[in-house]
Ligand binder design. Structure first.
Ligand SMILES: [Zn+2]
Length: 74
């Protein structure tokens, strides 16, 4: 069964990191905010392509990860 890569299919323990080349800032994108902005049926890759740095407006390099791999509570 094919799983469509849309915003509504991103699991709640899935986070998206974004790095801005021009200003070297790193962000963590909130999936809920993406869904609110683009809608749950919007293709994830297309949504990530449209996200720009909130500081300089530059193009972001995005990377997906699972929350369980992020160290917390240390
Ligand atoms: Zn930037």
């Amino acid at each position: 069964m094919e799983i469509r890569d849309i915003l509504g299919n991103i699991r709640s323990d899935h986070v998206i990191h974004a790095d801005c080349g021009p200003c070297k800032r790193s962000f963590r994108l909130d999936v809920a905010v993406l869904v609110e902005r683009f809608g749950p049926d919007y293709p994830t890759l297309d949504a990530l392509r449209k996200v720009v740095c909130k500081e300089c407006g530059g193009k972001l390099t995005t990377m997906r990860a699972y929350d369980s791999k992020i160290k917390v509570g240390w």
